[in-house]
Design a binder for this molecule. Structure first.
Ligand code: ADP
Ligand code: MG
Length: 718
């Protein structure tokens, strides 16, 4: 028997597969949010007063009376049970990127042996999952394991229906007995609070009298790969690490750019329709989908929502994406770089802040130079990215995102801000103390009478910037595809809050000495541009010139790897930033460093072990079989061209495997930082070295013997 059974079987199974079909019959209005206990549902299910209280909480974050929780719990239970739910679960978001849930039945029994159902206000408000196994970065000792989940009424509850039944899901925070945040939701909620507090100060100083609660919004574009699950099942690296640890480049990859925005393959369209209908039922507004640059790569962008809800929806979307993909015979890969040599996947996080009274505070309107609120908020972002760029880098640091950042497909690890031509020149004028009107984009006139003229944007777009202004929001483009959007949102909100607080002080002083409001704003923004203007960059972020200029001339930091970026969490200015804004205590922040560092080390160790295993048990035996056969033939006088360096590569590969084996045994490090560095500087290059020999072997070994599905097969056999 040859060693490539599973690869051959995978191809046979895919060839004989009967595809599922999916016909969408129900109109959108019938399925939209049908499984969500949202305000519309509550208006019908609750008394007038209870509904008013809930609406106030959802809209403004105001405290909810526990008696209202009692009423809401009863209505929620009735609504969920009518949909077949017998269980409920607090859903929470631990410091890993996962979503956690523990199911409890509504059922209780009575002494007569009968069953009744119960769901009280206190059961809704609080759950206790223990959950001592979740990483907490020493925030809890294992002998003091109490952790609570607590209902977040600002994110709607929903019923999740799977083949195994329906469950009422209650979005929740996760907190330790001592009150410390163990999750990704609490910091996000706190960061919204911080933005609101700071924005209120600035807007009040600007003479606004009616100021609604300021909140952040997020629309995240999710990139992902779909690979036939038969291939994935034949690749332990995809199953365990979500990326290929081996694989020679296909003769045809993405070089023709023929996949980007191309026609979506039929089988994928079926998946998308099914998946998006599921999202619609859960009130997730799937808005844009298309093919991405790499073969087998796609994107889905939901319409933007309040950041807290958007973050919960992102998590839910990733879960459903994977489960629906499985239903259609695909494995959905959310890893940032599943395949070498073709583009990786990111998650562009579009972010803005605003309220019901002033609207989107990052919307310049047609005349940005006269929109003072906008200029202040935009200036606050510029200051924030300059002062805390390394934090933005740290919150997107992971072993998997390291493969993508800084390659010529994704933004560099250097944080800069792209403003676009029009806005950049407004801010350059401000430097010289002026606020001048700027040319608008004008009308697009192609000189073709049949094509109607349309209004052009005032600036072009820049795909090479990690942090770009895109008309009425900033787009954080360096976020990884598998990440929770919470970390990036927390960082953006917190640096904005810090800048707005700083600005409020400056503005107050300037308003006292200048008679004119515009002049006062100019003075404040002048200081922003003088001290922080060097973070604004409109050129090509991929170029080596920029890397040099950014670091040498502008003093920006280039934190290439997670090993360099994660320790930023421990730097004093970052500790102070989070403490003064009330988003994370020093202890909570320290725990995040511990957890993320440990995750980094673990991911690399799992990969290294698998590299050793696959090289030793799959690739080497195939090489031996091939070399033996060719050598035998050579003895009969046949050409031994087929060896093509196979002997040398097989030996080199096994020599590197031995080295890797020796290195991963090491565990005595002086500090976590040293361990991170060791992984990134010792283990990663060795893994690459093993791969290099293995990929060379793939190019010469008899195709029949090769054990792993090849890149061209995974990309092209559908
Ligand atoms: P592109 O690929 O051109 O960047 P997409 O349409 O794919 O744009 O995605 C843009 C994302 O930005 C969507 O999720 C959209 O809802 C979101 N978005 C639009 N306006 C705002 C805003 N004011 N605040 C936050 N997100 C926004
Ligand atoms: Mg985008």
């Amino acid at each position: 028997m040859s060693s490539n059974q599973s690869r051959a079987q995978a191809i046979a199974q895919i060839t004989n597969r009967v595809s599922k079909s999916y016909t969408q019959t129900e109109p959108l209005k019938d399925i939209w949010a049908s499984d969500v206990f949202n305000l519309a549902t509550m208006e019908e299910a609750l008394s007038k007063n209870a509904f008013k209280a809930m609406k106030n909480t959802v809209m403004t974050g105001a405290a909810l009376d526990p008696t209202v929780a009692e009423v809401v719990a009863a209505a929620m239970k009735e609504w969920a049970m009518a949909k077949g739910a017998k269980f409920f679960s607090h859903v929470f978001y631990p410091m890993t990127n996962i979503t956690a849930e523990k199911h409890d039945g509504f059922i209780i029994t009575n002494p007569e042996g009968g069953s009744i159902t119960e769901f009280t206000g206190s059961l809704l408000i609080k759950g206790e999952p223990d959950g001592s196994s979740f990483p907490n970065g020493s925030l809890r000792m294992t002998n003091a394991a109490r952790g609570y989940t607590a209902w977040d009424p600002t994110s709607p509850a929903f019923v999740m229906t799977t083949a195994n039944g329906a469950v009422l899901m209650i979005p929740s925070v996760f907190v330790s007995w001592t009150g410390e945040a163990l999750d990704k939701k609490i910091p996000l909620l706190r960061s919204n609070l911080a933005v609101n507090r700071a924005a209120q100060k600035v807007l009040t100083l600007m003479g606004e009298t009616e100021i609604g609660t300021v909140n952040s919004s997020c629309g995240a574009e999710q990139e992902y790969f779909l690979i036939d699950e038969n291939f994935a099942n034949a690749r332990p690296d995809l199953l365990l690490c979500g990326r290929t640890l081996f694989g020679a480049s296909a003769a045809k990859g993405q070089q023709f750019d023929d996949h980007y925005f191309g026609a979506i393959p039929a089988r994928v369209q079926v998946f998308m329709q099914d998946f998006e209908d599921k999202l619609y039922r859960l009130g997730i507004p799937a808005k844009t989908h298309h093919n991405e640059v790499a073969p087998g790569q796609f994107e889905l962008a939901p319409y933007f929502e309040a950041a807290n809800v958007a973050a919960d929806h992102q998590q839910l979307m990733m879960t459903i994406m994977k489960s629906r993909a499985k239903e259609h015979g695909f494995m959905c890969l959310l890893h940032e770089k599943p395949f070498a040599g073709v583009n990786g996947s990111g998650k562009h996080v579009n972010w803005s802040v605003g309220n019901a009274t002033q609207g989107n505070l990052l919307d310049p309107g047609d005349t940005p130079h006269s929109n003072l609120n906008f200029l202040l908020f935009c200036g606050a972002v510029i200051r924030g990215v300059h002062l805390y760029g390394p934090l933005l880098r740290a919150v997107i640091a992971s072993a998997s995102n390291d493969h993508r950042l800084g390659a010529n497909e994704a933004p560099p690890a250097i944080m800069s801000v792209y403003l676009g031509d029009q806005l950049e020149s407004v801010f350059q004028d401000i430097k010289t103390g002026e606020l001048l009107a700027k040319a608008e984009g004008g009308m697009m006139d192609m000189g073709l009478s049949q094509i109607l003229k349309f209004k052009r944007d005032p600036g072009d777009r820049n795909r090479t910037s990690p942090f770009a202004f895109t008309g009425n929001r900033f787009e954080f483009r360096a976020v990884g595809s598998s990440q929770s959007v919470s970390g990036p949102l927390v960082a953006m909100n917190t640096i904005l809050a810090d800048s707005l607080n700083w600005m409020a002080g400056k503005l107050e002083a300037a308003l006292a000495s200048k008679s004119d409001q515009t002049q006062a704003v100019i003075v404040v923004l002048q200081e922003v541009m003088e001290k922080h203007g060097q973070v604004v960059f409109g050129g090509n972020g991929y170029s080596t010139d920029w890397h040099k200029e950014a670091v040498e001339k502008r003093g920006l930091r280039n934190l290439r790897t997670s090993a360099e970026a994660l320790p930023v969490f421990k730097e004093q200015p970052i500790v102070e930033l989070f403490e003064t804004t009330g988003v994370l205590s020093p202890k909570e922040l320290a725990s995040r460093f511990d957890v993320y560092a440990e995750q980094y080390v673990q991911s690399i160790e799992v990969e290294a072990k698998l590299v050793i295993n696959i090289a030793t048990t799959k690739i080497y035996p195939a090489a031996v079989e091939h070399i033996t056969a060719v050598s035998k033939a050579a003895k009969l006088g046949l050409s031994d061209n087929g060896l093509g360096g196979a002997v040398e590569n097989a030996n080199a590969m096994m020599a590197d495997v031995a080295k890797l084996q020796a290195e991963i045994g090491k565990h005595d490090f002086d500090s976590i930082e040293a361990h991170l560095k060791f992984c990134s500087e010792k283990i990663c290059p060795l893994m690459l070295s093993v791969r290099k020999s293995a990929d060379a072997l793939e190019g010469v070994i008899d195709d029949e013997l090769w054990p792993l599905p090849k890149y061209f097969e995974m990309f092209n056999i559908k």
